[in-house]
Ligand binder design. Sequence first.
Ligand SMILES: C[S@@+](CC[C@H](N)C(=O)[O-])C[C@H]1O[C@@H](n2cnc3c(N)ncnc32)[C@H](O)[C@@H]1O
Length: 197
Amino acid sequence: MNKSFSQACENNKEPILQVIKTIFLESTTVWEIGSGTGQHACHFAHHLPHLNWQPTDRKENLKGIDCWVEESGLSNLKPSLALNVLDKKWPCQSIDALFTANTLHIMSWHEVACFFSGLNAYLTKNAQVCIYGPFKYKGQYTSESNKQFDHWLKTRDPNSRIRDFEEIEKLATTANLKLKNDFSMPANNRLLVFQKD
Ligand SMILES: C[S@@+](CC[C@H](N)C(=O)[O-])C[C@H]1O[C@@H](n2cnc3c(N)ncnc32)[C@H](O)[C@@H]1O
């Protein structure tokens, strides 16, 4: 099987690394939801050797992710695990750090709600959560390109859409997560940082 490749991941992996390296300073294992190609997992595990990195995704993406994992030869990068946020039981006992990129606008709102209830169930006290992607604020797009992207998402799947920051923060609060930071990132993206109470 060939590795999948995303040019967007190549473009955003370094700016994301510069932020998450300041957030996951004292974390042990980062669970990544929706690892996609596996490029982010490789880059972050390589540059953050004090962490174990656990990529996960829906079953159909695991083989592709593991091509990157095996090729990297990194001992702190774990083979990927199947994790659909809809699963009643996630393949972990507890989580002290979580990363996800470009997933909440792909998932349905029900899946987004399940993502946060999973966080509430598995995150340990003071766990760090980093969520990267585009968001709307007070109902407004942050750019014309995000507006066009949202239109494309809804045409492709009516359940997908760019999420409202305020709605995500509300859901996070119900999962006992407090917003700690909201970083502006290149290409009109954001990196939201939450901490479990
Ligand atoms: C646009 S891709 C982003 C991939 C990668 N994180 C990135 O930034 O390039 C969305 C990812 O979310 C995953 N995903 C969608 N629904 C999911 C669900 N219910 N549970 C877990 N992952 C899901 C997809 O399989 C896919 O890997």
